[in-house]
Ligand binder design. Structure first.
Ligand code: UD1
Length: 422
């Protein structure tokens, strides 16, 4: 079992480069199922979730070969008879985003059988909206033996309204609609930058998607899609994690390659917390000296404060002077990092969907258990300011979404290393 050992406290200083966005790269890889022509993807992050998706694509008949900073994905290499339309439980259980192959498989091959997803234990996380959207396009969708089985001779453009803005649901239905006959109008869509990046890729493949980044998407179906080249956007959640680490340690951290506008809700908060924030189109710098001011957050779909930065921000607030309320509205079970922070000396009470963080409390190093991807990052941040040694266990969660986190932190001056022990 691999762990991270962190010796604190440290003040972080320096520059790191943002990796490609995992949450943009996952649907983009799934979109490669929509064509037989090669798609060259650059700035793909070398993280476990991406390797899982590439394995899933291989299972579905797509080959990948390395190119500079990414992969070339190609679907035409296998005979049709040998191609599988099933995403099996063994692959899907570790990653909810595997469900993203459903829409493309259905649209391209008329059939898909996908295991109901697993992923982070942060809530129930159904995919009912993905399925309702595909059914609206004419698919016959059944749930059997833990699998979704969807079939359609051809998909037909339709008007569909999501009951909540779901990121994966918007992506799945949007990909399917690209090959449907006629016009699809999707309402109450998620507006995350990753959805915009997917639309840019789809349009480069020959699709006609309008409105990405807004609540209503209009998609004119086309006969077929072709290959293209695409560079994935920078990971705003990874970027935000390093910027919070900079503020939390009273440091000076610059993340290069990241776009400040995509992180506006966090940057505004950091500014209110008393940090000096310089946001540009291609880099963001955060400096912090002196006392951190407490400020509450409410997580919301984009352009609200991202739920994927809630745990890291909670860690930051343990170092601010006073009470900060952290409200989680996107997922129902996303405070699993709190008991671990409390074990390190934080003073936090959970009241329903709110965490009340009373700072500033000195933290002391401890052995703590990562429970999901972003909770792991939160514990690493806590370890950076804690006195003494912190061991973060179960970092396979961290490896799902952070590329070489320990070397990036080392380059900022952190004393952190990966250890192997039973
Ligand atoms: C994506 C991100 C994840 C992030 C989340 C919210 C990827 C690969 N993952 O996850 O990191 O935390 O957005 O920003 O991009 N819901 C339903 N029914 C559905 C779909 C969703 O009830 O059919 C609910 C979920 O349980 C959750 C909320 O809607 O409470 C938001 O989920 P969603 O936006 O779909 O998240 P994901 O796409 O799974």
């Amino acid at each position: 079992m691999e762990k991270l050992r962190i010796q604190g406290p440290t003040r972080l200083q320096g520059t790191v480069r943002a990796s490609g966005a995992k949450n943009a790269a996952l649907p983009i890889l799934a979109a490669c199922l929509l064509t037989d022509e090669p798609v060259s993807l650059r700035r793909l992050p070398a993280v476990q979730d991406i390797r899982t998706m590439v394995r899933l694509l291989a299972h579905l008949g797509l080959e990948s070969s390395p190119i500079d900073d990414g992969l070339r994905i190609c679907g035409s290499v296998l005979e049709a008879a040998t191609i599988d339309d099933e995403a099996p439980y063994e692959l899907v259980k570790t990653m909810r985003a595997s469900a993203l192959v459903l829409g493309p498989l259905l649209a391209r091959r008329g059939h898909a059988r996908v295991s109901l997803p697993g992923g982070c234990a942060i809530g129930v996380r159904p995919i009912d909206q993905h399925l309702a959207g595909l059914a609206a396009l004419g698919a016959d969708v059944r749930l059997q033996h833990g699998y979704v089985e969807a079939t359609a001779k051809s998909l037909q453009g339709a008007r569909f309204r999501f009951t909540m803005p779901t990121v994966g649901g918007t992506e799945n239905v949007m990909m399917a609609a690209c090959l449907a006959k006629g016009t699809t109008v999707l309402e109450n869509c998620a507006r995350e930058p990753e959805i915009v990046d997917l639309a840019v890729l789809l349009n480069a493949m020959g699709a006609r998607v309008e409105g990405a980044g807004e609540a209503t998407l209009v998609i004119e179906g086309v006969e077929s899609l072709g290959g293209c080249e695409h560079k994935v956007i920078a990971d705003r959640i990874e970027t935000g994690t390093y910027l919070i680490a900079g503020a939390m340690t009273g440091g000076d951290v610059t993340v290069e390659g990241s776009h400040a506008a995509d992180l506006a809700p966090l940057l505004e908060k950091l500014d209110e917390n008393g940090a000096t924030v310089e946001g540009r189109d291609d880099s963001i710098r955060v400096r912090c000296q002196g006392e951190l001011r407490p400020r509450g957050i409410v997580t919301e779909p984009h352009p609200g404060f991202p739920t994927d930065l809630q745990a890291q921000y909670t860690a930051l607030m343990t170092q601010a002077n006073g009470l900060a309320t952290v409200a989680e509205t996107v997922f129902e079970n996303r405070f699993q990092h709190v008991p671990e922070l409390v074990r390190m000396g934080a003073d936090i009470q959970i009241e329903g969907t709110h965490a009340l963080v009373h700072g500033a409390t000195p933290l002391s190093g401890a052995t703590v258990m990562a429970t999901d991807l972003r909770a792991s990052a939160c514990l690493v941040l806590a370890g950076l300011v804690a006195e003494g040694e912190t061991i973060v266990d179960r970092i396979y969660h961290l490896d799902r979404g952070y590329e070489t986190m320990e070397s990036k932190l080392q380059s900022l001056g952190a004393r952190v290393e990966r250890i192997h022990s039973s």
